[in-house]
Design a protein around this ligand. Structure first.
Ligand code: ADE
Length: 225
């Protein structure tokens, strides 16, 4: 998978070099290029924003540098993602869809957003999605993109060694994950649930499913409807 990120804060994405995704990049499963939007400006101050037409608070990102930056990375097969609190909400289903794509482009807006014509004109040559991480407002798209890349990247075949571990997680079966325990069997007067030490695989599976249902009912009843 090829991922291009356009941002005015390339340094945000240094952490993609570490951990699981770092290994995926080294092994060539995921190729990430980060592009500085200011490299596509032509004025002395490398200006990327201006006041909004119609008035209002804050600044809007000008279309010209975005146009040039996207021209340099978007191809017909790209899915172009603009993180925005006004977008569709990102879910595990979104991550699964994006993990099947050969090329993703992320355009990180800052301030009050990007001139809408950038998004509209990109739609005429590639698939475009405006995606929100959730119902809250971040200062810009960078952190949202980091979360999306982590959620998508780990679903790319080969990135996670044990693919079975993906099947049992929260949100994959529509239920939250069951609680996990490891050694020691007793810690600070707290015992691991005895069924997990019983060796009875049927009883363990039944207990785990009950825990999933109880947790989901209590914390996220919306997932059961
Ligand atoms: N940019 C600002 N807030 C955001 C959010 N909630 N999701 C995605 N991008 C954003």
């Amino acid at each position: 998978m090829k991922i291009d990120i356009v941002t005015i804060f390339p340094e945000f994405f240094g952490v993609l070099d570490v951990s699981l995704l770092g290994r995926a990049r080294q092994s060539g499963l995921i190729d990430v290029d980060v592009h500085n939007l200011r490299d596509f400006t032509h004025d002395r101050h490398r200006t990327v924003d201006d006041t909004p037409y119609g008035g209002g608070a804050g600044m809007v990102m000008r279309p010209e540098p975005w146009g040039e930056a996207l021209d340099s990375v978007v191809v017909e097969s790209s899915v172009v993602i603009f993180p925005s609190p006004a977008g569709e909400v990102f879910t595990q289903a979104t991550a699964r869809q994006l993990a099947l794509e050969p090329r993703l482009v992320f355009g990180c807006g800052r301030y009050e957003g990007i001139d809408q014509r950038v998004i509209d004109s990109t739609r005429s040559r590639a698939r475009v999605r405006e995606i929100s991480l959730g119902d809250y407002v971040l200062n810009g798209g960078e952190v949202a993109v980091m979360a999306m890349i982590e959620a998508v990247g780990r679903l790319v075949p080969g990135v996670i060694g044990n693919a079975a571990s993906l099947d049992e997680e929260s949100h994959e079966g529509g239920l939250l994950e069951y609680p996990s325990y490891t050694k020691p069997a007793r810690w600070r007067d707290l015992d691991v649930p005895p069924v997990l030490l019983s060796g009875n695989h049927g009883a363990i599976a039944a207990w785990r499913l009950e825990q999933q249902l109880e947790r989901t009912r209590r914390v996220r009843p919306d997932l059961l409807s």
